[in-house]
Design a protein around this ligand. Structure first.
Ligand SMILES: [Zn+2]
Ligand SMILES: [Zn+2]
Length: 243
C-alpha cells in the first residue's frame, strides 16, 4: 500500500508527460515517453518502398517506374538498400532535432523503438546481419554534442535483437561542414574520404546494418557504405529514423 501511495505521490509531483504534446500520459502507458496519439501522428513511410532509398512510392512514381528522390540525385548508392520508418517532417523532425542538438540522449529509447518496430513490421532480414554499425561523428563534433545519436540508436536496435553494435571500427577522419545548402553531387564531394575502417578483418565478408538518424540526399551514408564495402563488407543495409 505504501508503495502505491508513494507512486501516486511521485506521479503527482512528476507527472509523466508526452515528449511531443506535453500532455499527461495515462497511468496504463506510463512506460512510454510519447503518447499513443502523437505516436500515430508521425508520418509513417508506408509501402510500396523505393528499392534504393526506401521512401514511399506513390502511384505516379510506380507508373513512371522512377522514384522522384532517386531520379533527382541520379545516385548510384553503395548501400544495398535503405529503410526509414518515417517521413522527415512534422513532429518527428522536431524530435530528431532535439535528440541531436539539445543533448536529450533519453530520446534514443522512443526513437529506437520506432526502428525496431519497423524492423519487425516489415520483416527486415535482421537474423542475417552480422553487425550493426552507427554512422560515426568526427571526434571533435562528438565532443561538442557529448554523444553520437546514431550510436544510441544502434545500441537500442542491437539490444532488441541480440546483435552487436560495432563502434570504433568505422571512424570519421574528416570533419565536414554543414551540407544543408549543397546538392547531392556537392555533398558527395564534401564527404569524400571522410570515413576509415580501423579493423577491416572484422568486417570482411559480413552483412552489416548501418544506422543513422536521417537520410536526406544519402551522400553521407553512401560514402560510409562505400568505405565499408571497399574494406570487404558483403552487404550493407541502411536504416534511418526518417527520410
Ligand atoms: Zn503526445
Ligand atoms: Zn528512391
Amino acid at each position: 500500500m505504501l508503495r502505491g501511495l508513494l507512486k501516486g505521490l511521485k506521479d503527482l509531483i512528476y507527472p509523466n508527460c508526452c515528449l511531443v504534446c506535453k500532455n499527461r500520459i495515462p497511468p496504463a502507458g506510463q512506460q512510454q515517453l510519447i503518447c499513443a496519439g502523437c505516436w500515430d501522428l508521425f508520418e509513417k513511410n508506408l509501402p510500396p518502398f523505393c528499392a534504393n532509398c526506401g521512401r514511399h512510392l506513390d502511384s505516379q512514381a510506380i507508373e513512371k517506374n522512377a522514384c522522384p528522390s532517386c531520379s533527382k540525385c541520379k545516385a548510384n548508392f553503395y548501400f544495398d538498400r535503405a529503410f526509414s520508418p518515417c517521413a522527415y517532417t512534422g513532429s518527428i523532425k522536431k524530435l530528431i532535432h532535439e535528440f541531436k542538438y539539445s543533448g536529450k540522449d533519453y530520446l534514443g529509447k522512443p526513437l529506437g523503438k520506432l526502428m525496431h518496430t519497423f524492423i519487425r513490421d516489415y520483416q527486415l532480414p535482421i537474423e542475417h546481419l552480422d553487425f550493426i554499425i552507427p554512422i560515426p561523428l568526427h571526434r571533435s563534433r562528438q565532443r561538442e554534442r557529448e554523444f553520437n545519436q546514431a550510436e544510441i540508436l544502434s545500441q537500442e536496435v542491437a539490444r532488441e535483437f541480440d546483435k552487436k553494435a560495432l563502434t570504433g571500427v568505422l571512424i570519421r577522419v574528416k570533419r565536414t561542414q554543414t551540407q544543408t545548402e549543397l546538392t547531392f553531387r556537392e555533398r558527395c564531394q564534401n564527404v569524400e574520404k571522410s570515413f576509415f575502417v580501423t579493423k577491416p578483418e572484422l568486417i570482411k565478408d559480413t552483412n552489416l546494418l548501418l544506422i543513422d538518424d536521417v537520410l536526406t540526399t544519402g551522400a553521407t551514408s553512401n560514402e560510409a557504405a562505400k568505405c565499408l564495402k571497399s574494406a570487404g563488407a558483403r552487404k550493407v543495409l541502411l536504416l534511418t529514423l526518417a527520410s
